[in-house]
Design a protein around this ligand. Structure first.
Ligand code: NAI
Length: 460
């Protein structure tokens, strides 16, 4: 029986990064992965393929907007097969990259689905392995709606929506969250009519309400049709496509929508089945997430858990931070994750990026704050590139400390890094405002929003 210091279950961004970091720290490490490929949901059927398709579809959509630049395009065509081929190659190359990193760092890869028969033991098929520590990094999966099964042909989760072979005439997206908006925009840009059905009376719950409104306006301008305050009740397959029955929330009213495909993106749930957690007595909360302490240890000593299968934001970069902190502590180092400064990005056009508290959260907590805002319309670089939708919004405490920052705008996902760093290092809005920002650049909007919080914006 092989013995390891640490066996990581799951080769996604949380698991594989933890395995590599643990090996760097001198631990004898194995990583068990049941999917044929490393990289987890993020690399195989999540973050990376969606960004590849967002990039391809953005280029296609741009062709019809070049006239304003004095450029005429004739004979543009769309080859979905080639687009998917490019996406698959990007994913395949990155998977090979992780396998290379495992070899380089001497992380043993065990292929198969793992079970934990007892603390200190991991079973994969017929083989039993021993480990001083076990780290569960098994991630999450799309949550289905009751009575509606994913078939990935017509009733899609994100996995199916990343692999369509042709552009649907009408795609209905259920859920105006991150996945619904990103994949809805991919297919809208490629020519589908896209209707987004959302239960709440707003899009992107969890994002600052004002910034979410800016995003809704910009996405509507780019072709997404939003129907808020509605819930999907049933989907019937007909000879011509799908018939969706939708309830108006709080009203005794039902609507019928005809569609070719439906993407259900109403959240994700932890994947822990088959691990044997119940038999072991590992505590999970009411929603199936594994309970962990500050060191990521579960209720059973020697068994740890990180990433999407524990409570907290379901984000690849948060899972990576969890994994690194967990194994550094296992190796005797001091480490922790500051969950207040984990940024989130929605990769639509415009991007929606945020870090820290929303204005709603500050209000609810009774915290004293000042708002600083700057619209991209007044930013000269945005005017030059035509990316004038959206704004930067910062929230500062009475001492000027940055409590939260929210951006709707082109490159928002990159601009948020400055604000996440500022929050992590305790920089104030005065300090950000006093930092020289290149001109002309989108980042000047960050500086101007901070100046606005001080009542000193120049260009507003
Ligand atoms: P989400 O939680 O972001 O959004 C789900 C939406 O569905 C919510 O707006 C919710 O109100 C709505 N909803 C729920 N039930 C409904 C119903 N019956 N009818 C209509 N609407 C309903 O979930 P999503 O988009 O599935 O994403 C799952 C996770 O994956 C998120 O935690 C997200 O952070 C992560 N993710 C992150 C990405 C990124 O960082 N760029 C990209 C993709 C996913």
């Amino acid at each position: 029986m092989s013995k390891f210091d640490l066996i990581v279950i799951g080769g996604g961004p949380g698991g594989y990064v933890a395995a590599i970091r643990a090996a760097q720290l001198g631990l004898k490490v194995a990583c068990v992965e049941g999917r044929v490929a490393l990289g987890g949901t993020c690399l195989n059927v999540g973050c990376i393929p969606s960004k590849a398709l967002l990039a391809s579809s953005a280029k296609y959509a741009e062709l019809s907007h070049l006239a304003a630049h004095g450029i005429g395009v004739e004979g543009a065509s769309l080859d979905i097969g080639a687009m998917m081929g490019r996406k698959n190659k990007i994913v395949g190359d990155l998977i090979k990259g992780i396998a290379f990193l495992f070899k380089k760092n001497e992380v043993a890869l065990i292929e198969g689905w793992a079970r934990i028969p007892a603390a200190g033991q991991v079973q994969v098929g017929e083989d039993l392995y021993e480990a001083d520590n076990i780290l569960i990094a098994t991630g999450s999966e799309a949550t289905p709606l009751p009575g509606i099964e994913f078939d990935e042909a017509d009733i899609l989760s994100s996995t199916g929506a990343l692999a369509l072979e042709e552009v649907p005439a009408h795609l209905v997206v259920i859920g105006a969250g991150v996945i619904g908006l990103e994949l809805g925009q991919v297919w809208a840009r490629l020519g589908a009519k896209v209707t987004v059905i959302e239960y709440l009376d707003r899009i992107l719950p969890g994002i600052d309400g004002e910034v979410a409104k800016l995003a809704q306006r910009a996405l509507s301008k780019r072709g997404l049709k939003f129907q808020l305050g509605r819930a999907l009740k049933s989907v019937d397959k007909t000879e011509t496509g799908l018939t969706l029955s939708v309830d108006r929330v709080g009203k005794d009213k039902e609507e019928v929508i005809e569609a070719d495909k439906v993407l259900i993106a109403v959240g994700r749930r932890p994947v822990t089945r088959g691990l044997g957690l119940e038999e072991l007595g590992v505590a999970v909360n009411g929603r199936g997430f594994i309970e962990v302490d500050d060191t990521f240890q579960t209720s059973i000593p020697g068994i740890y858990a990180i990433g999407d299968c524990v409570p907290g934001p379901m984000l690849a970069h948060k899972a990576e931070e969890d994994g690194v902190a967990c194994v550094e502590m296992l190796a005797g180092q001091a480490s922790h994750v500051d969950y207040n400064t984990v940024p989130g990005v929605v990769y639509t056009d415009p991007e929606v990026a945020s870090v820290g508290a929303t204005e709603e959260a500050l209000k609810d907590a009774g915290t004293d704050y000042t708002v600083g805002k700057f619209a991209f319309m007044a930013n000269s670089r945005a005017r030059a590139t035509g990316d004038t939708d959206g704004a930067v919004k910062v929230l500062a405490g009475p001492d000027g400390a940055l409590l939260g920052a929210h951006i709707c705008g082109a490159h928002g996902g990159d601009l948020i890094a400055e604000l996440a760093l500022a929050m992590t290092k305790g920089a104030t809005v005065s300090e950000i405002a006093a930092t020289c920002h290149a001109h002309p650049a989108m980042g000047e909007a960050v500086k101007e929003a901070c100046l606005d919080a001080l009542g000193r914006a120049i260009h507003a």
